[in-house]
Ligand binder design. Structure first.
Ligand SMILES: [Zn+2]
Ligand SMILES: [Zn+2]
Length: 266
């Protein structure tokens, strides 16, 4: 894997890690947020990405030792895979705070695969494996219960938004100061313009409800982990309804659509 880091906004960068199912349809991004208290990562890519992530940070002029927190969207291996590698490599003196949705914590710590469903009508079973656990000597796993929410908000200015459906404890994160929404797998750009949701789920109804809640949330930037990425602002006024043939095809594929990027209606 080649080092890479792209600056997206003044405070957010993305590192592209390997591709799920070895296709370019599902690139996996690790997001880096610069704050006055240090760096915060959102997800960690698949196992084996840790060294490249740390090297990419160094190459771009960041100090990996200043990573203070990692916010996990969910327990799957392509999101939590390099957790142990990253925390092991950077070994910050104060340890890294790792946040994860309360219902996903036991799924991560159990360290065994589970079955999810693919496609809302076909319901094809797919096996998902968990990410690798970090060492307690250099990190703390913090479940997002009421104390966890308060800690994340107070220390880092980030609001955790429970978005169950893809997994029971899937969580999106809103950085209040910059209006950046790190949506994990709860909202994805299915192509350059259309924002929808991937057809892999633990509970489809909950997944749609969660996606809808995010689609109506007042954020400025959307940073989904897989597929396409845009760096322009998408406030509520720029979100247009999805209509037309493209929409029909996406629905047949089992995708659920929420909105598309449009120009500002002044
Ligand atoms: Zn997943
Ligand atoms: Zn994923």
């Amino acid at each position: 894997m080649k080092n890479n880091l792209t600056r997206l906004t003044d405070s957010v960068s993305a590192i592209k890690t390997d591709f799920l199912f070895k296709t370019r349809l599902l690139p996996t991004h690790v997001f880096v947020l610069e704050t006055k208290n240090g760096l915060i990562l959102f997800d960690t890519g698949s196992p084996g990405s840790g060294k490249m992530i740390v090297e990419s940070l160094k190459e771009a002029g960041f100090d990996p030792g200043s990573i203070r927190a990692i916010c996990l969207s969910h327990w799957h291996r392509d999101h939590a895979g390099s957790l142990g590698e990253i925390t092991g490599l950077v070994k910050p003196a104060s340890g890294v705070d790792i946040f994860i949705g309360r219902p996903d914590l036991p799924l991560l710590t159990a360290q065994r695969p589970r079955i999810l469903r693919f496609h809302p009508f076909l319901n094809i079973p797919v096996r998902h494996r968990p990410g690798r656990l970090p060492s307690p000597s250099n990190s703390r796993l913090i479940p997002l219960d009421s104390a966890g929410y308060a800690t994340l908000d107070r220390k880092y200015g980030i609001k955790a938004i429970p978005t169950p459906g893809h997994t029971p404890g899937h969580t999106a994160y809103l950085h209040r100061e910059t209006g950046s929404l790190f949506s994990g797998c709860a909202l994805s750009l299915l192509n350059r313009d259309i924002v929808g949701m991937v057809p892999i789920f633990h509970d489809r109804k909950e997944q749609i409800r969660s996606g809808q809640r995010l689609a109506e949330l007042d954020f400025r930037y959307l940073f989904p982990v897989h597929m396409f990425l845009r760096t322009d602002e998408i406030p509520l006024a720029k979100r247009l309804p999805c209509t037309g043939k493209k929409g029909i095809m996406a629905r047949l594929m089992g995708n659920h659509l929420f909105f598309r990027y449009g120009e500002h209606a002044e």
